[in-house]
Every structure is written in structure tokens, then in C-alpha cells.
Design a protein. Structure first.
Length: 340
């Protein structure tokens, strides 16, 4: 029996255990990660969405972790779990994660934006990693319903979200939560990994990010969540993109990840742009960093994760924009305040 056939049988048997997902159709749907009443009531106040400055479109006070699933009209079988950044104190959904999801859906990729819990709200430092691991398993459990190939489910993270994506891709045999149901029998290892202006390490001299500060509620956080220390030969292939002038997450984060991957013979592709700063999302049309969507699709196709070539990539069109890095919050330039 082939691996694909074994997957099909297992997924079919698990579908009945999954609830909360509507019947297959194009559009946006929501899938909650945990059963009602499973999580304690820790967050005070409603979930908020920022409307100015670096917080524009950023989500805070997440108490109900969930997937915002974007379903393409013509799915190509590939799926991507998208993890917005924000230093583990907010999630850049409106300016980064959702636009990435919508762009990928426009070329046939089923995407899922993760609203994960954050330690700044009183959740343990392991909470976002538990949410990410559960999300990967639920995507596989719902693969047939979503029209995706369970062997072509990747993860894409930016900044702190890339740190989360990296840990999911390297510590996939560590259970960040006790098994709840049949879905948790499925592997949580992503099939491919994309890291955009990532926070990779929490170790000196690159331990100046907001991510390091927020995860510090766990005594062994530096070792537990420094991705380069967990790189292994059986992790998924890696795509990296960074700007050399990034003042929030130093470009050496990506260099560390690339070198660690190559040392373990893990396929890795790294793109370093001269200018772009931090937190560029899809990138302004005409800027250097706006090249990454096409580069990513080319890489994904070359590695067999995306079969059909894209018809067009909207983020790569438009008027030329000035090649200047975005401003950094003056009151916290050494931390990942405005990053994702």
C-alpha cells in the first residue's frame, strides 16, 4: 500500500471526529482548535484589533484559538498554515497573515490563518506552540473535506510567527499538549517551511527581540524555542527571505537557520534583499522584498509542493515604491514592537 493510500484511509476514518467545519465550498470559514470548555478562562476583556500605527490590523487578547480558512475556487491540493508575527504579544493578521492567505488562495492554495494564544495574556509560553501543533493536525484531519493533499501541508510564518513555524517544523515529535481525540493521532510535522524575516534564535547576541522577552516566562525558553538548536535531518525543506537592513530581527537570524539546515543536509533556499526593513508582509509593489512571493512559488513547485504554475501574482505588479525601510517605534527600537 502506498503512503498516499495509507493517508487517505486514516483521514477518512478521522473525519467523523472533527466538527465545526462547513461543507466544502470556496470562501472563508472558521475552525476552532479546542472543544468548548477545554481551555481555562484566562484572558480578561474581548479580543481586539488594532487600528493605528504598528498595531494596525493586529489581533490581541486571543482567548479562542482558531483557524481562519481561505478556500480557493479551484484548489490545487496544497495547503499552508499561516502564522503572523508580533513578538508573541499580538498577531499581525490584517497587514500580513491575511493578505498572504488571500494571495495564496488566489493561485489555488488552501490557507489557514492561525489565531494563537500568547504569553503576554497570561497563557503559558508553550500555548502558541500547542495551538500550532493542534492546527496542523486538524488540517490533516479535514484534508478530504478541504480538498487538500495531506502530504502537501506546509507552514509559513513571519517574524515571531516564523519562530513558531520553525519550532513546529523541528520539534514535531514533542507533544505540546495531551492528546484529546482521534485528530491527535495524526502527524504534526509540516511538509515544507517558509520563514519570512524570522526570529530564529533567542540566544545572544540576537536575543533583543520582543519574542525572547515574552517567551521568558518559561525557564528553559532560550533552549526550547531557539529554532537553530533543534534543526534535524528529517525536518521539512526550508525557504527563507530576509532584508539585510532589518533592525528588528537581524538578518543573522536567517543566516543561522540556513547554516544549521545545510549542516543537517536539509534542503534550504535563502534570499537576502539589500533593503526592506522588517514587517513587510507581501511587500510593496516595486520594492526588492516584493519579489519573495514569486520566489516562494518557484521554490514550492521545484520541490513538488505546488503542481500548477500560477497564472499571475498580483503582489508583484504596480507602481515602483521607494526603497526605504519602514519606521521603527522610537520607544522600543531594540524590541520586536512593530514586527510580525
Amino acid at each position: 500500500m502506498t503512503t498516499r493510500h495509507r493517508w487517505a484511509g486514516l483521514i477518512a476514518g478521522l473525519l467523523l471526529a472533527c466538527t465545526g467545519l462547513a461543507h466544502a465550498q470556496a470562501g472563508t470559514q472558521t475552525l476552532h482548535l479546542w472543544p468548548d470548555g477545554h481551555l481555562p478562562q484566562i484572558v480578561s476583556g474581548p479580543e481586539l484589533v488594532g487600528n493605528e500605527g504598528g498595531s494596525m490590523g493586529a489581533v490581541t487578547r486571543v482567548s479562542q484559538p482558531r483557524l481562519e480558512i481561505h478556500r480557493p475556487a479551484n484548489p490545487n491540493g496544497t495547503a499552508v498554515l499561516i502564522l503572523g508575527g508580533g513578538g508573541y504579544f499580538r498577531i499581525q493578521v490584517g497587514t500580513a497573515a491575511r493578505p498572504m492567505a488571500q494571495w495564496l488562495a488566489s493561485i489555488g492554495v488552501t490557507t489557514a490563518v492561525l489565531y494563537y494564544r500568547m504569553p503576554v495574556d497570561g497563557w503559558p509560553a508553550s500555548a502558541p506552540f500547542a495551538d500550532g501543533q493542534r492546527a496542523m493536525r486538524l488540517l490533516r484531519a479535514n484534508a478530504s473535506e478541504l480538498g487538500i493533499d495531506p502530504t502537501k501541508i506546509g507552514v509559513m510564518g513571519s517574524s515571531a510567527g516564523a519562530n513558531l513555524a520553525g519550532i513546529l517544523s523541528t520539534r514535531f515529535d514533542h507533544d505540546f499538549y495531551p492528546a484529546l481525540d482521534a485528530s491527535d493521532r495524526l502527524p504534526s510535522r509540516p511538509d515544507f517551511l517558509a520563514m519570512l524575516y524570522p526570529v530564529v534564535t533567542l540566544k545572544p547576541p540576537y536575543d533583543t527581540t520582543r519574542s525572547r522577552r515574552e517567551l521568558a516566562t518559561q525557564p528553559d525558553a532560550v533552549e526550547a524555542y531557539s529554532v537553530e538548536g533543534h534543526v534535524r535531518s528529517d525536518m521539512p525543506p526550508v525557504f527563507l527571505a530576509h532584508a539585510a537592513d532589518d533592525r528588528i530581527a537581524d538578518v543573522n537570524h536567517s543566516l543561522l537557520m540556513f547554516q544549521a539546515a545545510r549542516a543537517q543536509n536539509v534542503p534550504a533556499e535563502l534570499h537576502v534583499f539589500d533593503r526592506g526593513g522588517h514587517s513587510w508582509g507581501l511587500g510593496k509593489p516595486g520594492t526588492q522584498v516584493a519579489q519573495w512571493p514569486r520566489l516562494f512559488v518557484t521554490w514550492a513547485r521545484a520541490n513538488g509542493f505546488m503542481a500548477a504554475p500560477p497564472v499571475s501574482l498580483q503582489p508583484l505588479t504596480g507602481q515602483t515604491a521607494p526603497l526605504t525601510p519602514p519606521p521603527v517605534d522610537s520607544d522600543d527600537a531594540d524590541l520586536e514592537e512593530d514586527g510580525d
